[in-house]
Design a binder for this molecule. Structure first.
Ligand code: XMP
Length: 318
């Protein structure tokens, strides 16, 4: 019988045998997969696991600091890298979703490589790849989804890194990863976290990215997620987030006419992200979120709720 404890025991022993005294580098994202991979490896090789957590400037509000602290509390050997400006520079003027994804993927590899080079004699690159990623990368290479979106979680390592790959979660489904994480003491706020795309808020700001738009979206998203949590809805939806639309509409504030941007809210139920239904959030909750966003965020005067299911819509807007 599969149990998370048995899996962890076996996996840690196998990792010890495989890695011995070698140094391993791993990129933490704040998500469940890379976090669980890190905990397994940490138990196997201790301080020989060097974790790198990159702030790409496209994370949720306060996410970088709070997740970094959680990792430090878990005893992980983790380095936080502020690379915000490098990402913003690379994104400047780019509006096409795939070009934005490519730019982010490229800069991430550059930043990660710079950091990996500072660890002397590192031999292994660890990745939090899970079983569905393996399947999806096969279908992406061979199927029509290839042209839909370039997910960059899988695809191996850039040539110049010359590291061997270790992927301790390669045989697990998401729910199994969560159970292993729980068995290893991963805190609930990381375990229960909604999926969040690698390119982050860059694909939730339609069109080009500026630090100002990121700051506005972070505030809107923060208000949205906080309200979902306070109302007990966060754990009932599979994924939620706010989207910044490149559309201005007329509004009125006091005696003044406003002409400001629109924020769309998205919340879906899903099992694996392949199909999804829009979540039927209560009207009262939507009303409170809308008021909180419009009354507190300068630059937003209208909020809409996305009632599209996947397919034919996707979860993200880009
Ligand atoms: P879509 O928008 O394709 O999203 O319905 C399905 C799931 O995948 C996530 N997603 C991404 N994750 N890099 C990622 O790491 C990406 O480029 C990317 N695009 C979408 C999305 O958040 C959802 O969970």
């Amino acid at each position: 019988d599969w149990t998370p404890f048995a899996f962890a025991d076996t996996s840690i022993q196998e990792l010890k045998d495989q890695l011995k005294d070698d140094k391993v580098v791993l990129g933490l994202s704040g998500g469940v997969d890379s976090s669980v991979a890190a905990l397994l490896l940490h138990q196997a090789v201790g301080k020989n696991l060097h974790c790198i957590f990159v702030d790409n400037g496209l994370l949720r509000k306060n996410e970088f600091e709070s997740v970094l602290h959680s990792y430090q509390d878990l005893g992980l050997n983790v380095k936080g890298v502020d690379a915000k400006q490098r990402f913003y520079d690379a994104l400047q003027g780019l509006s096409d979703p795939e070009l934005k994804r490519k730019a982010i993927g490229r800069v991430f590899i550059e930043v990660f490589d710079d950091e990996a080079h500072q660890i002397s004699d590192v031999k292994w690159l660890a990745q939090g790849t899970i079983y569905p990623d393996v399947i999806e990368s096969v279908s992406v290479n061979g199927g029509p989804s290839a042209t839909i979106k370039s997910h960059h979680n899988v695809g191996g390592l850039p040539d110049f890194m010359k590291l061997k790959i270790v992927e301790p979660l390669k045989s697990l489904f998401k729910d199994e990863v969560r159970r292993v994480g729980k068995a290893l003491g991963l805190p609930d706020d990381i375990l229960g976290r909604h999926p969040f795309p690698g390119p982050g808020l860059a694909i939730r700001i339609l069109g080009d990215i500026t630090p100002e738009k990121v700051a506005i979206l972070q505030e809107a998203d923060y208000i949205y997620i906080k309200n979902l949590k306070d109302a007990g809805w966060y754990d009932k939806v599979w994924q939620a987030g706010a989207i910044y639309l490149p559309i201005q509409s007329v509004g009125v504030m006091g005696d003044e006419r406003t002409y400001e941007n629109v924020v769309a809210l998205r919340a879906v139920s899903s099992v694996d992200g392949m199909t999804a239904d829009w979540s039927h959030l209560p009207y009262d909750l939507l009303a409170k979120i809308s008021n909180d966003i419009i009354n507190n965020i300068k630059g937003i005067n209208r909020v809409v709720y996305d009632i599209s299911s996947k397919p034919p819509a996707t979860i993200e807007w880009e």
